[in-house]
Ligand binder design. Structure first.
Ligand SMILES: [Zn+2]
Length: 255
């Protein structure tokens, strides 16, 4: 069967865009650059931990086998506040870079809040249950160590604190930055539940290079976003979650 001119034209235009894709070995959540292939995407080997790591995140929190510890030894003290934000669609999520002095103390160490971002569906599971979304707050200590606070998000009431960010997210192309002034920014102290239990474990970044040594603090009580708010995020990122990793020998604590 002869190749029709229209098909030749299509092939020619595909060839024209192919080099763009083959140059960009950027990781993603689907197709050839999906989580299963992350370790192979960087030829220098810098993503190797994504496949070889034994303390990776996220995980499925097995509720029955968590080890109880007392609240004093966990000693989590969160001091988040209202401050200017710089929202960016980085192609993997919507991330809010945080200015100001929001910080937290955990086990005697102070971590500064750098940014928060979102995943859909949730990356962590509670006893096999996955949530529509998950919020990550990335904090860093002066020695460079990272602590990520995670809150699951369920469908419910409209989240008034996040509403302004949500409305600003609507211009949603990769690379888009939106500055939010302090006056317009949400009060970050009002977003996380004030009386929730927490789970604690040592894991990794859930994105390449999947670096380990990250302290995770998971809120047991989920946040609520309206179905419309969740839908607005999923319209931009239909699926930006990494599948759960093996727990291996790790201990999971709760307060
Ligand atoms: Zn994350």
């Amino acid at each position: 069967m002869p190749v029709r001119p229209i098909r030749l034209k299509l092939i020619a235009s595909l060839l024209a865009v192919l080099p763009l894709y083959s140059l960009a070995s950027e990781w993603s959540y689907s197709g050839n650059n999906a989580p299963d292939h992350w370790a192979m995407l960087d030829t220098s080997g810098s993503f190797a931990t994504c496949a070889k790591g034994t303390a990776q995140s996220p995980i499925d929190i097995p509720r029955a086998s968590t080890t109880h510890i007392n609240a004093a030894s966990a000693s989590l003290n969160i001091n988040y506040q209202r401050s200017p934000l710089n929202l960016v669609n980085n192609g993997h999520s919507i991330q809010a870079n945080v200015a100001g002095d929001s910080n937290l103390q955990f086990q005697g160490k102070t971590y500064k809040l750098l940014q928060f971002h979102f995943h859909s569906p949730s990356e962590h599971l509670f006893n096999g249950k996955r949530f529509p979304m998950e919020m990550h707050w990335v904090n860093q200590a002066p020695d460079g160590s990272l602590l990520v606070v995670a809150a699951m998000i369920e469908s419910g009431k409209n989240n008034a604190q996040l509403e302004h960010i949500w409305s600003k997210m609507l211009p949603q192309k990769k690379g888009t930055h939106v500055a939010i002034s302090q006056a317009q920014a949400p009060d970050l102290s009002m977003i996380l539940p004030s009386a929730s239990k927490h789970f604690f474990y040592k894991g990794s970044l859930t994105t390449p290079p999947c670096t380990e040594g990250v302290q995770w603090v998971l809120f047991e009580q989920p946040l609520q976003l309206s179905a419309d708010q969740i839908g607005a995020f999923q319209h931009i990122f239909a699926d930006n979650h990494r599948p759960a990793a093996a727990i291996n020998q790790r201990e999971i604590d709760e307060d």
